[in-house]
Design a protein around this ligand. Sequence first.
Ligand code: S3P
Ligand code: PEP
Length: 436
Amino acid sequence: MSTDQTTFPPGGPLRGTITVPGDKSISHRALMLGASAIGETRISGLLEGEDVIATAAALSAMGANIARDGEDWIVHGLGTGGLMQPTAPLDMGNSGTSTRLFAGLLASQPISVTLTGDASLSRRPMGRVIAPLSQMGAAFKSRDGCLPMTITGAAQAIPITYRLPVASAQVKSAVLLAALNTAGTTTVIEPEATRDHSERMLRAFGARIDIGEEDGANVIRLNGEADLRAQPITVPGDPSSAAFFITAALLVEDSDLTIRNVGMNPTRAGLVDVLRDMGGAIESVDAREVGGEPVADLRVRHSDLTGVDVDPAIAASMIDEFPVLFVAASLAHGTTRTSGLAELRVKESDRLSAMATALTAIGARVEEREDGLTVHGSGGEPLNGGGPIATQLDHRIAMSMAVAGLASREGVTIDDASPIGTSFPAFIDTLERTRA
Ligand SMILES: O=C(O)C1=C[C@@H](OP(=O)(O)O)[C@@H](O)[C@H](O)C1
Ligand SMILES: C=C(OP(=O)(O)O)C(=O)O
């Protein structure tokens, strides 16, 4: 495996106007639903990161026709239940979303597929999808609930009612995708709201999906077998990628940066709310809807930040943004306390431990607890910097520590920038453009 040690030095302000690449969650779903529909789905703004390319390659290996057409991608789908037996295991790379959503899509198709992944993905728990999908009739063989995992889909899957034991959009989506080729009504009960891109897109593709609320929980019912209608999809900019530039512009003096076309779905926008509570000047300009998703341009100016107690109820709406929030917190005035974040321990890395170690190494004051970090801010004094920081095959650790470098005295070196390619291949180029 190649490593790519990279230093992010302090420097001038971030200024001008940038865009960030397409939303990773929406990109995976656009390809999967396009492949499950009859006809042509044209996707504009698809993220061309390694995780999404893994999804596209896997769908191609199962018979879908996926090709780039100018700036767009075109999917010719096979219809619900139409995926074909691949001739070799499918490599999911670093992508939890690909793995868990495919587990669902394949659970109700009578083929047998082995999924593999890199060292990081091979440590992540798959029991959370194996449990409901086994109830629906799929058979699984795995290495103690981890990859490699072989899924043998049910010829006639059984509709279930499933209450999510963890707040996870991946698990919710896995069950809904399995339900597409399952006769009858499958119900998912979601006590804590998670990103709802699957529900929005399933509806746009013509699936019979009904979303209600009972006793404070979301109740999602999907009627199979579904006939999906191919759709044009426009993918908004990824708020999880924008997060690094929002935070960098808040932290670096004299910055005034506009990020165009950022997805502002309320199930994703928690970081912006928390940073505003901390005193961050983040102005939403021209809020609009693109392809069934709320979008806005964000103007971000350098601000003095003050630590807050982050309400654990907001966690799901910013679950991938905590690493970079911890960077903001280490430079704020006062203390930031987070809790309810045990899920961060089973992402691409253990993100609580990885960030506590990384920030401490560059001079921040951080206490690690089982389900969160407490960060004592420097009151605006730059952190020392240093490194090389272990990024642990985790793109979000790599980009968060890059942001920390911009707000440090000596810069921050990360041991390997290559994981950034999973979600934001143009990260370094985009950063250079803001500082030209
Ligand atoms: O459904 C999705 O696209 C995602 C859901 C989240 O994972 P969980 O479902 O494990 O919380 C998130 O962390 C991941 O980056 C993408
Ligand atoms: C957790 C993430 O992705 P995934 O679960 O798809 O690997 C992420 O992008 O931060």
